[in-house]
Design a protein around this ligand. Structure first.
Ligand SMILES: Cc1cc2nc3c(=O)[nH]c(=O)nc-3n(C[C@H](O)[C@H](O)[C@H](O)COP(=O)(O)OP(=O)(O)OC[C@H]3O[C@@H](n4cnc5c(N)ncnc54)[C@H](O)[C@@H]3O)c2cc1C
Length: 380
């Protein structure tokens, strides 16, 4: 049975988050883009609404909802403010998900619960200066010393770490005969030797928190190993599959916001005695934008649905991330075009959508990496 309707619960979540996005998140988005101020107040309210652990079990303080609901919330928040959207998406799919997937019961109670309640933001430290697309190039090491790991190295571009009480990082736990064994380890952010540096100057997503991490002889007990030793590489691939649904949802939200503004402007702006929306070329641009957004949203929901069914979803997650992020850039660019010179001005906001959308073609696997993943999964 093929059914594209949202369930009652999904519709309820959509209505609630849509109103919240319009009334609470959107009004401060321009200011936050300029001031680069992290949306702490917005997240306090999202915690109160039970959104911070939405797709995780109620046993850990989560909402027990599904991945489609997570995608809806991420889309709606990103439509209003993409900095808020990426913070939320990374919190759930990079911070909470690996703990949920690979944590022991004790680890879930200790580390996933504060993420679900909003006491801690979720974050995930994989990328390093020499390990981006080729994440296997990790250089951070975790040496066993008695009952502890002693971790040394650094991480780049890590979302949410300034607001996280702990996060999982990847490190080499063994390196025998040039064969690296990479593991994921949970590190409390207040441990001695751990420094979070928050001073990147970004192109967009200005109110989101992107940090550098330095680990200098950081000592954590061996019980902080997440999953099994040596399995960190596979675990992060699984984690990124889910994360790509979040990036796809973000892209749909940004594209929708850009489209809404372009449609509105096209009905107001007059040239040659007509509003722009009377010109067929503008109508065709808007029709293409609407069609691509519809397709991207359907792809995101299908990948989320597959995940919720417990079926393989890597290919669909990669496809939705790739397609949605590329059309988000395209739609944002067309929205600027429809605004003409005004679109190039900050005041009209559409340029922000393009600056924010660009990251989606880069983070959690670049477009090139997505094409490599898809090519492998279709049997090339
Ligand atoms: C705002 C922001 C937030 C982020 N948040 C996080 C986070 O929370 N946690 C985290 O771990 N990381 C995070 N990242 C890092 C992000 O995932 C990486 O930037 C991304 O994976 C690309 O890695 P790189 O920047 O090293 O680029 P590189 O890997 O150096 O790529 C440079 C270019 O080369 C291309 N390329 C690389 N290899 C190939 C190949 N084999 N074939 C063809 N082309 C190739 C790439 O597609 C790209 O175009 C974040 C990044 C940003 C900018």
């Amino acid at each position: 049975m093929l059914n594209f309707d949202l369930t009652e619960e999904q519709q309820m979540i959509k209505k609630m988050i849509r109103e919240f996005a319009d009334e609470v998140v959107a009004p401060g988005a321009v200011d936050r883009d300029r001031s680069k101020k992290f949306p702490v107040e917005v997240f306090k309210q999202l915690s109160g609404m039970g959104m911070m652990g939405l797709p995780f079990s109620e046993e850990y303080g989560g909402g027990g909802a599904d991945t489609i609901s997570f995608a809806i919330v991420t889309e709606e928040l990103s439509r209003a403010c993409a900095s808020t959207g990426i913070t939320y998406s990374a919190h759930i799919s990079l911070g909470g998900a690996p703990l949920n997937l690979f944590g022991t019961e004790a680890q879930k109670h200790k580390y996933l619960t504060p993420i679900c309640t909003g006491e801690s933001f979720g974050a995930f430290g994989l990328t390093e200066s020499n390990a981006g697309s080729d994440a296997g190039g990790t250089q951070t090491t975790a040496k066993e010393d008695g009952d502890d790991y002693v971790i040394n190295g650094s991480k780049m571009f890590i979302t949410n770490a300034s607001y996280a009480k702990h996060l999982a990082i990847t490190a080499i736990t063994r390196n025998e005969g040039g064969k690296k064994e990479i593991s994921a380890i949970i590190v409390p952010t207040d441990v001695e030797g751990f420094t979070v540096i928050d001073n990147y100057e970004k192109m967009g997503l200005n109110a989101s928190n992107t940090t550098e991490l330095v680990l200098d002889n950081v000592r954590v007990p061996k019980e902080n190993l997440l999953g099994t030793q040596g399995n960190g590489f596979r675990q992060f691939l699984v984690t990124l599959d889910g994360g790509r649904i979040g990036i796809g949802a973000m892209a749909v939200g940004i594209a929708q916001a850009a489209f809404d503004r372009a449609l509105r402007y096209s009905k107001e702006r007059k040239q040659f005695g007509k509003v722009l929306s009377e010109f067929q070329i503008t109508q065709f641009k808007l029709a293409d934008m609407a069609m691509k957004i519809e397709l991207a949203r359907t792809m995101v929901h299908k990948a989320a649905w597959l995940k919720d069914q417990g079926r393989p979803f890597s290919r669909e997650a990669s496809m939705c991330k790739l397609y949605a992020s590329e059309i988000a850039m395209e739609v944002a660019s067309e929205a600027i075009q429809i605004h003409g010179g005004y679109g190039y001005m900050r005041e009209y906001e559409v340029e922000r959508y393009m600056r924010d959308a660009k990251l989606l073609e880069i983070g959690e696997g670049t477009s090139e990496v997505q094409r490599m993943v898809i090519a492998r999964l279709i049997g090339c």
